[in-house]
Design a protein around this ligand. Structure first.
Ligand code: MN
Length: 258
């Protein structure tokens, strides 16, 4: 099931995206599917007539992992770390499909990073890898935009990773998906940048989330970003970045400088 958050100009609403007679439609539902049973509210709109919003606003945090694909670690001149390298993005970094990514004033080198994002369903603390699937709501595409110059200059990645609009997600949450082996790619103005598979993750989704839950409590709606494959590159103002994951869809965002 594809769960989107959208607006037709009125208050935002959640909906199920489903094909009907060859056309993608959005069926509005009552409430927030993270907390309430999914019930149609009577709204039915063609997908092309709605504006999709970030499918979830994380209740507390976005937890990310660095260097979880060996080929990406290598292109950064690094080994895969023995201890998983986790960091945070604040929920204020999250934007939705089509929203502009605003390059921070202090950076001349902001890079794209296509990532599979996991949306948490249940509170998770000290869970085992085997328990992870029961705590996951679904999956969406994410872009872990990174100010590479700030990342090189500083040990903490606050300026590099946490800036506003640095975490586009969408276009919706796919709830029925096995994350083990999905094609994942990015492109800039249609030119392919990254082309990988989630099968190349050093640590699996289940291993990552279990370990993260040994550090922090994951809350419903929190996001876990699972690392990026090789092929990252800087994105200039004026470009459009697409992140595509098999079984989910494509997240597209323009890059701007203000
Ligand atoms: Mn990343």
């Amino acid at each position: 099931m594809r769960i989107a958050r959208f607006t037709t100009g009125e208050d935002p609403m959640y909906g199920i995206v489903q094909e009907k007679d060859g056309q993608d439609m959005v069926y509005g539902i009552t409430g927030d599917p993270l907390y309430t049973e999914i019930r149609p509210n009577g709204t039915i709109v063609p997908l092309e007539d709605v504006r999709l919003l970030a499918p979830v606003i994380p209740r507390s945090k976005v937890v990310c992992v660095g260097k979880n694909y060996a080929a990406h670690a290598a292109e950064m001149g690094d080994e895969v770390p023995e201890q998983a390298l986790f960091f945070l993005k604040p929920n204020t970094a999250v934007v939705g499909p089509g929203d502009p990514v605003v390059l921070p004033t202090y950076s001349e080198e902001v890079s794209l990073e296509a990532e599979l994002a996991v949306v948490m369903k249940r509170m998770a603390k000290d869970i085992t890898p085997e328990q992870v699937a029961d705590h996951v709501f679904g999956y969406t595409c994410a872009n872990d935009l990174t100010a590479r110059d700030a990342q090189r200059a500083e040990n903490q990645w606050f300026r590099a990773k946490a800036f506003d609009t640095s975490c586009p997600i969408g276009p919706w949450i796919e709830t029925d998906l096995d994350p083990a082996s999905l094609a994942i790619s990015s492109s800039v103005d249609g030119e392919v940048a990254q082309q990988g598979t989630t099968a190349d993750m050093v640590r699996s989704v289940a291993e990552l989330i279990a370990e993260i839950s040994s550090v922090v409590t994951l809350l419903p709606g929190d996001l876990v970003l699972t690392g990026t494959p090789a092929g990252v590159r800087a994105v200039p103002a004026g470009a459009t970045v697409d992140i595509t994951i098999e079984g989910i869809g494509t997240l597209s965002n323009p890059i701007v400088r203000r």
